[in-house]
Ligand binder design. Structure first.
Ligand code: ADE
Ligand code: ZN
Length: 326
């Protein structure tokens, strides 16, 4: 059968997408001009040539530099809208989107500017494209827990707009337990907890996220596969893992897509999903991630259907909505 056709046809949910990571160089150049900001490249070719990463940190350095161009509420709206149009083209029906407010407030862009720009585009996506969405406010783990508490406080007027909170940025040296009190508070406030763990960091970080913090989802989770007892816990709890194949390849988490843990995770009965992470930087949106991983791991039609179903099961949608979308 034609896998690309099946992939295009399957309704999908995207659960691991950083909106700032969907900032395409074309739009970056446009907004740089609109906001009169200098950027270090003048052509698409120069931008794409710079997107050659040896690890997570090399990517993050460019990611934070790129988003410096985003200044106004309109910028955040345009960024989010452009992503939603691409999601629509890939038959995405539901998205749970991360954003990194601290990366904007630190450089003087107000929390409300960022958040309202994104929210108005998400609302428009629901109205005009029929894509439902949730927003996840992510804490930068290279900053302190007190910085996280300050963000939680600053974001208070918008708390009813977030389904959950996340933890991202430089992983190694910043274990989940660094944020134990912050996540306990977030749990108390009713937020779902999504933690990046086991992307570069060891299986112990996945254990902390799951067992000490009580994560509702593990973002990436690749290195959980090094710990057989942890695999059992993930299977028994059906804790979702949001795998990002092209991201793993681009950041040298794996040397080859054939080394992706995704098929082994599926076969072990884990609730694994396919996502795009930072598609403007890693060479493809969600459909391309499905296509690339299908090919590399020779996934069957049944496995592709399972992955798409998993994406709804693993979402924070209410059960009746899941049933309607699957
Ligand atoms: N921020 C954006 N993308 C990320 C990733 N893949 N890992 C950690 N932090 C991120
Ligand atoms: Zn991520």
């Amino acid at each position: 059968t034609n896998h690309a056709e099946l992939i295009a046809r399957l309704p999908k949910a995207e659960l691991h997408l950083h909106i700032e990571g969907s900032f395409e160089p074309e739009m970056m150049m446009e907004l740089a001009e609109r906001n009169r900001i200098e950027i270090p490249f003048k052509t698409l070719e120069e931008a794409k040539a710079a997107y050659d990463f040896a690890n997570l940190q090399e990517f993050l350095d460019l990611y934070y530099q790129g988003m410096n161009v985003l200044r106004t509420e309109q910028d955040f709206h345009d960024l989010t809208w452009a992503y939603l149009l691409r999601a629509k083209a890939d038959n995405v029906r539901h998205v749970e989107m991360f954003y990194d407010p601290q990366a904007h407030t630190e450089r003087g862009v107000a929390f409300g500017t960022v958040t309202e720009g994104i929210l108005s585009a998400l609302e428009r996506g629901q109205q005009e494209l029929g894509i439902t969405s949730e927003l996840i406010m992510s804490f930068l783990r290279h900053l302190s827990e007190d910085d996280g508490f300050a963000l939680l406080d600053e974001s208070k007027p918008w708390h009813d707009k977030f389904v959950g909170v996340g933890l991202d940025s430089s992983e190694v040296g910043h274990p989940p337990l660094k944020f134990e009190r912050l996540f306990a508070k977030c749990r108390e406030l009713g937020f779902k907890l999504c933690l990046h763990a086991g992307e570069e960091g060891p299986p112990a970080y996945v254990r902390e996220a799951l067992l000490d913090i009580g994560a509702d989802r593990i973002d990436h989770g690749n290195r959980a596969m090094e710990d057989s007892a942890l695999i059992e816990i993930l299977r028994d709890s059906q804790t979702p893992l949001t795998n990002c194949p092209l991201s793993n390849l681009a950041l040298c988490v794996i040397d080859d897509l054939r080394d992706s843990p995704l098929k082994a995770q599926l076969e072990a009965g884990l609730l694994v999903t396919v996502n795009s992470d930072d598609p403007a930087y890693f060479g493809g949106y969600i459909g391309k991630n499905y296509e690339a991983i299908q090919k590399a791991l020779d996934l069957t039609d049944e496995q592709l259907v399972q992955l798409a179903r998993n994406s709804f099961t693993a979402s924070f949608l209410p059960d009746d909505e899941k049933a309607r979308l699957i």
